[in-house]
Design a binder for this molecule. Sequence first.
Ligand code: PMP
Length: 403
Amino acid sequence: MKPASKTPDWVLAALEERHQQNLMRRTITLESPQVPHAQIASQDYTAFCSNDYLGLANHPSLIKAMNDTAETYGVGGGSSHLVCGHLAPHQALEEALADWLGYERVMLFSTGYMANLGVISALADKNRPVVQDKLNHASLIDGALLAQAPLRRYLHGDVASVQKLLTKSSAAGLLVTDGVFSMDGDIAPLAELSQLANQYDWMFMVDDAHGLGCLGENGRGCLSLEGLDSASLPILVGTFGKAFGTAGAFVATSHDYADYLTQFARPYVYTTAMSPAVAGATLASLQLIQSVEGQERREKLARHISYFRQRMQSLPVELIPSNTAIQPVVIGDSKTAIAISEQLKTLGIWCTAIRPPTVPVGSARLRITLSAAHSDEDLMLLCDSLEKVLTAKLLSAKRLNPM
Ligand code: PMP
């Protein structure tokens, strides 16, 4: 009999290094839905780490739409969109999204990660560089790597730094930014970036995963906040795993780009279409986002954001200038961030510590995310608990270092 294969030493060494640096990642199993309250190992917590910003993931209309669509169309698409996986619910969702955002076409992708890989790897290559914000999401960076395109990253949100790179570049390419930055919650200067892209004849793409549904008129995201449209922002990516409360993603664009991506975006061509039942639930979500209830949920979220920021003002914490649902409290080193997250758990608050390489070294943080599903009491508990834990931390740091 062949001996059982041994785990290579380099795998074990890499794991040990992660352990030593307090950077080990593990999954956590929830015994309940994820927001506003989550049960883990039979303990109840108020959760502040979900991207379900509008609290739609458990909404009865979405659950009903998912069940109804599954009854009619089944739960699986059975193939890619280009073989037999593009069913009526997919088409209806694409058309409704295109209408909502004012684009000629929308294409669905199975995840946001794949949408970004697909679009960038199809549009960039060795001769068409990619210029990106330093804090862009990993999937945007990975798209440029997959394209084997020259990749330049500019200082976060710094338009002068973009202009320098575009001026220096020998060829035009693709300028890409997050709309709302996933780990900081601030918003990119989209109107200025769009102008620069236009001036230098570069393609312009925005990933508004965290803005769509939450921001702007009718929840149309950064696009609407910054006064852009399909002409000034020709390639817009959105995801459904956040404010929409489901899963999957889309690209809103022109007929020409959509036809091109249909030929050349490999993560579109070579993968199974999202479940038609998820497409049905996402359409119900889009209808809610556009309704009075959607507006009320956005307003509630906005009230939570302003209450949270006001309460944090008196605390010894570094807050990032963010007016979105993402309200990070930057701690610094990973060990302390983990310790604070654990202390919050003892007070019934669940918020995972986000550490490098997801965020820059030395900026480990509690990525606190607020949701319209939270009540005012939930917010109060969060702020009271942070006050307790962070004040105690400050006092103990002073004792250790009295200067
Ligand atoms: N873009 C951004 C800005 C994100 O934050 C994320 C995921 N958190 C993605 C894309 C990936 O989306 P998905 O989870 O649908 O793969």
